[in-house]
Design a protein around this ligand. Structure first.
Ligand SMILES: [Fe+2]
Length: 300
């Protein structure tokens, strides 16, 4: 016979153990199973001499206990070890869920990301959460957001409707970054009745000054139908592959196109899109059938 107190301790203890096990299964375990998702492709009209390795990180969503600064620093090391020519980050750095045990502030995740190193540089864009979690940017209806300032403070350029020209082995190419397509939350007082984008695709591409190939970074893949053939490859995140994906189908995808751009390599009319399943969580700390991933893309 055990005392009432011991019984309660036992019941409480096993309930706690079960909850912890559940948390481990849905949360911690999938977080540790980060893998490198590799793509090799030669987009149409890609210059013959340009062999380029791009490594991309998407949807980091820093928070405790799922995505600590230590874990982000380890991911940066993993990315560096792939020996990329250039590293790009596809937005959504802050937590995307309230189910966390602690926040990671922008200077912390940015300093962990400052460990990323590649010969041609590290470039970033912002995602919807970089805007949604920033009250003063929402109030102002304009940036710079907290995320942008944090990335710039550690020397990582942020491309919002902007481009950068790089060169490898004498061959130039462009990285174009689109500003977020659903940056501003509805605010009746400001006449915003739905989600408002700050993206300007024609304006961004107009900054490309020659015929060298373009890699477009766009957080949400929904821009893809509007992307001209002039762009060799579009890289997106945001969907997390639906976070739950079974037999190539994601029941819930934050995209107007459902499963069309939920995950992976999409080719439409000679145009290429790669959507990363991302690294962190939004809404709930669950991943099933979509392991956290670092993208390695070999072009050429
Ligand atoms: Fe997002």
């Amino acid at each position: 016979m055990i005392t009432r107190r011991a019984f309660l301790r036992l019941v409480g203890g096993s309930a706690f153990a079960m909850v912890s096990l559940g948390a481990y299964a849905v949360g911690i375990e999938p977080m540790l199973l980060t893998h490198v998702k590799r793509y090799t492709l030669t987009p149409p009209h890609w210059p013959a001499g340009l062999k380029l390795r791009v490594v991309a990180l998407a949807d980091i969503h820093a928070c405790r206990p799922w995505m600590t600064p230590e874990r982000i620093a380890a991911l940066a090391e993993e990315a560096n070890a792939l020996q990329p020519d250039v590293i790009v980050m596809l937005g959504d750095y802050p937590a995307g869920t309230r189910i966390v045990t602690g926040w990671v502030n922008a200077s912390e995740w940015a300093s962990a990301l400052s460990g990323l190193k590649a010969p041609l540089g590290v470039f970033s864009i912002l995602g919807n959460h970089d805007w949604w979690e920033d009250r003063s940017a929402q109030a102002a209806g304009a940036g710079p957001t907290i995320s942008r300032k944090a990335l710039e403070a550690v020397g990582i350029p942020v491309l919002e409707n902007d481009v950068v020209r790089l060169e490898k082995d004498g061959q130039g190419f462009w990285i174009a970054g689109l500003a977020d397509q659903i940056a501003l939350l509805p605010d009746r007082a400001k006449g915003r009745y739905g989600l408002t984008g700050l993206d300007d695709l024609p304006g961004t591409l107009a900054k490309v000054g020659d015929t060298d190939p373009i890699i477009l970074l766009a957080h949400e893949p929904d821009i893809f139908p509007k992307v001209p053939r002039r762009v060799s490859l579009t890289l997106s995140g945001h969907t997390h592959g639906g976070q739950v994906r079974l037999f190539g189908y994601s029941p819930v995808v934050p995209s107007a196109y459902g499963n069309r751009y939920a995950y992976g390599h999409v080719v439409e009319n000679d145009r290429n899109l790669i959507v990363s399943g991302g690294l962190g969580f939004s809404i709930a700390p669950i991943r099933f059938g979509v392991r956290p991933e670092i993208l390695q893309i070999d072009l050429g």
